[in-house]
Design a protein around this ligand. Structure first.
Ligand SMILES: [Zn+2]
Length: 201
C-alpha cells in the first residue's frame, strides 16, 4: 500500500534540518544542472486537503476544446500538433493533443495505439531538422486536463543542454529567432504529413 501524503511528509520532516529543509540532492553536481552558487532546498510544505483542479477540466472551459484546430501545424481526424505560442530557448517545442476531451487514462484502445505510432512518427519528423541532438518526449499532466504530450527538441553538441534539465534550459536560453522557429515547425509538420494527416503550414 502506498504511503499517504501525511506519512511521506512526516518522514521527510524527520530527515530535514531545524528549518524543515532536506539536504541538496546530487543533481547540483550534474553537468546539465543550470545553476551554481549556494543553493538550498525549500522547506517542504504540508499536504493539502485535496488536489487542486487542473486547467480546463470542464470541456466548456478547456482552451483546446474551445479553440478547435487553431494554431495547429498538423492534424488528422483525432489528433492535433501545436507549437508553443511563442518561440522558446530550444529549437522546437511542440505539443500533441487529442481532439477529444480526455485524460491519458481515458484514451480509447484506438487512441492509445495511435499514440504509440504518433510518438515515433513525430520524433522522426522533428529529427529531420539539422542540429537536433535528441527529441525528449514528456507527459506531466499537472497543468491542463486535456490530454497532451510534449516533444522538446534539444540542440546537439551543447553538453549542458541535455537530460530532463533541457526543459529548464528551455526557459534559460534566449528565444529561438521567430523565423528559425517557424521554419523548424514547418519542416517538422510537413515531414509528419508524409506518413498521414495534414500539414497546416
Ligand atoms: Zn478539452
Amino acid at each position: 500500500m502506498a504511503e499517504s501524503a501525511e506519512e511521506i511528509y512526516e518522514r521527510a520532516l524527520a530527515a530535514a534540518d531545524a528549518d524543515g529543509r532536506l539536504p541538496m540532492p546530487d543533481v547540483h553536481e550534474w553537468e546539465t544542472f543550470p545553476f551554481e552558487g549556494d543553493l538550498r532546498v525549500r522547506p517542504l510544505l504540508p499536504p493539502v486537503e485535496a488536489e487542486p483542479p487542473r486547467n480546463g477540466e470542464d470541456a466548456r472551459e478547456c482552451w483546446r476544446c474551445t479553440n478547435g484546430v487553431r494554431d495547429a501545424i498538423w492534424s488528422d481526424e483525432r489528433w492535433l500538433l501545436v507549437p508553443l505560442p511563442e518561440p522558446s530557448g530550444l529549437p522546437l517545442v511542440v505539443i500533441l493533443s487529442t481532439r477529444e476531451h480526455v485524460d491519458i487514462g481515458e484514451l480509447s484502445p484506438q487512441l492509445a495505439s495511435e499514440l504509440g505510432t504518433l510518438i515515433v512518427r513525430i520524433e522522426r519528423a522533428i529529427n529531420r531538422l539539422e542540429g537536433i541532438g535528441r527529441v525528449h518526449v514528456c507527459r506531466w499532466g499537472d497543468g491542463s486536463f486535456h490530454f497532451h504530450i510534449w516533444f522538446m527538441a534539444r540542440p546537439a553538441r551543447l553538453p549542458q543542454v541535455r537530460t530532463n534539465l533541457a526543459a529548464i534550459w528551455d526557459d534559460i536560453l534566449p528565444a529561438t529567432p521567430a523565423d528559425v522557429w517557424r521554419a523548424n515547425y514547418t519542416l517538422a509538420a510537413r515531414a509528419l504529413a508524409e506518413s498521414g494527416g495534414i500539414s497546416h503550414v
